[in-house]
Design a protein around this ligand. Structure first.
Ligand code: HPA
Ligand code: ZN
Length: 331
């Protein structure tokens, strides 16, 4: 078989993928109809054209808005995991962003229970395993983030269904008019409870904001981190400490317009500099992508062969939050 087939079959780990961003267009339509949510177009894929991160986020929020019941979350999670497994996914640490739902009066318990139900069914069917990262939406501010951590910790104390699947916290959404330090208290509470920490940064902000995530939030990974190479000191620190970057090259082209073409993306430069830069899809259903396709696109854009792509896949294992014996199984 050729490289394309081999990369599709290569067992892959994914550390930067939003479960809402995996929603099949048909599921967006079905749930919108069932929950009487008005979509501005009949075919949701017509909405999937972006010229900025904030433009993308408006569509992402619309997709989130069709999720109402626990069963909706279960369907989303199930489809998300089986679709990943169909392209070689074996383990994912998946973001979910409940801010909009909590603000609408729904509970974190039903979101987590729904996700757990769908993921357990997909795991039983395909063997893929998925852990969850509770993501704070910066559009809702720091107080909402703190309340959300507290809600998660209360679920843990109560032994709520599925809560053990949530292994970490992060933040996503807009970077404009935001400062990492505002979220220090939310991240501190999460870290004190033994949750792992990551942060979306450097997609729409400079290297000083990336460093601030490590210094002020205790971030162990950075999601995107595109601007890091602009600062040699921040870069050296990330190389020395092997702080991972979860990079999503095709997403950066399609969502943030960060580079004119994939071939101009900084991903190769990041890896040449010795950064632990991993490969991920971000929001595959909203960008016409899957993980197999992302590996093929990157191999082709940068002229990389099998060995380099396997190194990239293994760096995903190195950067994941499984205990060492769990990582050993994936290698
Ligand atoms: N960046 C910011 N917010 C997001 C992203 C992203 O990559 N994906 C989903 N929400
Ligand atoms: Zn993301």
């Amino acid at each position: 078989p050729g490289l394309a087939e081999a990369l599709e079959a290569l067992p892959k780990v994914e550390l930067h993928c939003h479960v809402e961003g995996t929603m099949r267009p048909a599921t967006v339509s079905d749930l919108a109809a069932a929950n009487e949510v008005d979509l501005p177009v009949a075919d949701p894929t017509e909405l999937y054209r972006y010229d900025s991160l904030d433009g993308f986020l408006r569509v992402f929020w619309l997709v989130q808005s069709v999720l109402v019941t626990q069963g909706d979350w279960a369907r989303l999670a199930y489809e998300s995991a089986v679709d990943g497994a169909a392209h070689g996914l074996v383990y994912r640490e998946s973001f979910f962003t409940p801010a909009r739902h909590l603000a609408a009066g729904r509970t974190l318990a039903e979101v987590v229970a729904g996700l757990d139900e769908g993921l357990a069914a997909a795991e039983a069917e395909t063997g893929v395993r998925v852990a969850l990262i509770l993501d704070f939406d910066r559009d809702f501010g720091a107080a909402a983030a703190e309340e959300t951590v507290d809600a998660l910790l209360a679920l843990r104390r109560a032994g709520a269904t599925g809560v053990e699947r949530v292994v970490g916290v992060g933040y996503d959404s807009t970077e404009i008019g935001q400062e990492p330090g505002w979220y220090a208290e939310a991240f501190r509470r999460a870290g004190a409870a033994g949750l792992r920490r990551t942060a979306h940064q450097g997609e729409d902000s400079g290297p000083e904001a990336i460093a601030a995530c490590v210094d002020l939030l205790g971030a162990e990974r950075i999601d995107h981190g595109l601007s890091i190479l602009e600062d040699p000191d921040v870069t050296s620190r990330f190389v020395d400490d092997q702080i991972a970057l979860t990079v999503c090259p095709s997403s950066n082209i399609r969502i943030a317009n960060a580079f004119p073409t994939l071939a101009e993306h900084v991903f190769p430069e990041m890896r040449h500099r010795g950064l632990l830069a991993t490969l991920n899809t971000d929001d595959p259903a909203l960008t016409d992508l899957d993980l197999g396709r992302e590996y093929r696109a990157v191999a082709s854009a940068f002229g990389w062969g099998w060995d380099t792509m396997v190194d990239i896949a293994l760096d995903g294992v190195a950067a994941c939050w499984l205990p060492d014996d769990g990582k050993a199984v994936l290698r």
